[in-house]
Ligand binder design. Structure first.
Ligand code: SF4
Ligand code: SF4
Ligand code: SF4
Ligand code: FES
Length: 574
């Protein structure tokens, strides 16, 4: 332990405690900008400066530790002046047109400028511009980058993808893609984790809300929307609602106010995915040595991109089942179009996803089979959905709960948990037992696959056969698992991977709360929704039973293969 003083108050902290942490424990707030606990502690921005009595130079609180006898001042006049100067200097190199910035109202830099009473910049402004392909789902605006390095660290340390780097030297030092390559030619998984960890509007998703509004205003188009499971656990955060207040029914009502004609649930197609993927797993197990095992889940496009670029020798291990997003689009523009008596092209299909990679996925020709131009026309993130609610002046306080439309709005608890790491595995195991034995297991028989660790293992029994499972979230962890598989250190039958830490709940398209990781909390909400669902098995969804009766015949049928599966080896990411 070390003894010290903060603003005159005696403190005792563990050796190695940072000044920032110690101040927080003592009840003093020190502003930060570049700091991200355990990810970025490089002391780049100098916003967290503090004064140590008896020392001439101010020090950064985030990467200096408390020493015995220190007397620390967190807000002395000297500190205040230096902080203000540092933020003014950052702003002198920043395009601070907040009114048109995606982070307006949710930006550390904007808050700092306000808190430090900065109302003019006494320095010459010099802003950096870099070219960027604005049709790519991930957009970088160098003019808003404060060179904090968070994106570099998140992409390297958490996702293991090494897409960003420091470029140039001296006064021209900046952040860009490694070797300033074009992003569309790199292996970026489009997971969006760099976006959710950027403190400013320098990184964002492509804005597709205008395309959706154009379709909504077109009287010739029937605009339908599917909403992914993880969106319901997070949308309300942007309006300050608790998870209970932000109910599924209110989310549906808000979507209707935006102007969508039919509001559907991706839980429906998550159930459909289970029907196809669960049967595919049993088929592969029955094939024995012939089959490519382990089978990998294929519902996360970030993970699919990862396999295709980093471990192409494993492409055939990916399930051929399309993701729930794409299964939904294929069914909406065939089966549902028929029900409505319209052509596939008359339907404009929007998805709301917790994800940025879904924007890329819906453009892949090999997962578009309805005969329309595209099965899913536009994929929006949860953040874009929230922006559309605001633009439509939806009054969240007076929203009354509404129901999804039928039949594609019917989902089960098994579909809901697709949004959390381990959820696809759990849902698949629940139904796989039924497929193999004709009897349901207990709905909570496979909770062993739940957890927060980035790599988990479990063995489940299906009709007397042991299924060795691994559940992974985060691409850095996925790489570790793949290396172990490569070295023959582990053997599995079924592997679930979600590219974002915590699964889709922590997806790169979810609301941003600087420095907070909410995937786990959102995941708990999804488990609670599952626990209270009337139906908890995908195969019991009446809309699923109906679609097989009337249209698809049976899982893995010729029709199902045509619409719901892809040949993974036949396409790559570019
Ligand atoms: S990043 Fe923040 S400070 Fe900069 S323009 Fe956007 S909202 Fe304003
Ligand atoms: S893009 Fe964002 S996270 Fe990356 S260095 Fe710039 S401001 Fe920081
Ligand atoms: S989207 Fe993901 S893989 Fe791509 S640069 Fe960002 S963190 Fe790295
Ligand atoms: S937050 Fe400490 S130097 Fe940036």
């Amino acid at each position: 332990m070390v003894n010290a003083k903060i603003n005159g108050k005696a403190i005792q902290v563990d050796k190695g405690t940072s000044i920032l942490k110690a101040a927080e424990m003592a009840g003093y707030k020190i502003p930060t900008l570049c700091y991200l606990e355990e990810i970025n502690e490089i002391g780049a921005c100098r916003v967290c400066l503090v004064e140590i009595e008896g020392k001439k130079n101010l020090v950064a609180a985030c990467n200096n530790v408390v020493e015995e006898g220190m007397s620390i001042l967190t807000n002395s006049p000297k500190v205040q002046s230096a902080r203000k100067t540092n933020v003014e200097l950052i702003l002198s190199q920043h395009d601070y047109r907040c009114a048109t910035c995606v982070r307006n109202g949710n930006c550390n830099l904007q808050d700092l400028a306000k808190d430090l009473n900065i109302i003019e910049i006494p320095y010459e402004t010099e802003i950096e511009y870099q070219p960027w392909d604005h049709s790519f789902p991930l957009i970088r605006d160098a003019a808003k980058c404060i060179k904090c390095m968070r994106c570099v660290q998140v992409c390297d340390k958490i996702q293991g993808m090494n897409i960003w780097d420091i470029v140039n030297t001296g006064k021209r030092t900046s952040v860009s893609t490694v070797g300033m390559q074009r992003i569309e030619e790199m292996d970026c998984a489009i997971c969006g984790q760099c976006i959710t960890h950027c403190p400013t509007g320098a990184l964002r998703e492509r804005n597709d809300t205008e395309r959706v509004m154009k379709a909504i205003m077109d009287p010739e188009q029937i605009v339908i929307v599917q909403i992914a499971p993880a969106v319901r656990a997070a949308w309300g955060e942007s309006f300050g609602l608790s998870r209970e207040e932000a109910s599924v029914g209110k989310m549906v009502a808000a979507a209707r106010q935006i102007g969508f004609d039919y509001i559907f649930d991706t839980d429906f197609s998550a159930d459909l995915t289970i029907m196809e993927e669960g049967n595919e797993l049993l088929e592969r197990v029955a094939q024995g040595k012939e089959a490519k095992m382990p089978m990998f889940t294929s519902c996360c496009p970030g993970w699919v991109r990862f396999v295709k670029t980093q471990y192409p020798q494993y492409i055939d291990h990916l399930s051929t089942a399309k993701s729930p997003q794409q299964m939904f689009g294929a069914v909406a523009k065939t089966y549902y179009a028929k029900t409505l008596g319209v052509t596939p092209d008359q339907i404009f299909c929007v998805s709301v996803m917790p994800c940025t990679a879904k924007k890329y996925e819906c453009d892949v020709p090999q997962v578009n089979d309805s005969g329309a131009d595209k099965d899913v026309d536009v994929a929006l993130t949860t953040r874009e959905f929230v922006r559309m609610m605001r633009a439509a002046q939806v009054n969240i306080a007076t929203l009354e709960e509404e129901e999804f439309d039928e039949p594609l709005g019917l989902g089960t608890g098994a579909g809901v948990i697709f949004g959390v790491t381990g959820g696809v595995m759990e849902a698949a195991l629940r139904s796989a037992v039924y497929f193999a034995t004709g009897k349901n297991p207990g709905a909570d028989d496979f909770t062993i696959v739940r957890g927060e660790d980035g790599i988990r293992e479990a063995t489940a029994e299906i009709a007397g056969t042991k299924v060795r499972a691994a559940i992974v979230s985060g691409l850095g962890n996925a790489r570790k698992l793949m290396e172990r598989l490569e070295r023959g250190e582990v053997q599995y039958d079924f592997v679930e991977v979600m590219a974002c830490p915590g699964g889709c709940a922590g997806g790169g398209g979810q609301p941003i709360h600087d420095g907070e990781e909410l995937a786990c909390e959102r995941g708990q909400r999804l488990y609670a929704l599952d626990a209270t669902s009337q139906l908890r098995f995908s195969h019991e969804n009446p809309a699923i039973v109906q679609i097989y009766d009337r249209f698809l015949e049976k899982p893995l049928s010729h029709k199902a293969h045509e619409l719901l599966h892809t040949r993974q080896a036949e396409w790559d990411i570019r």
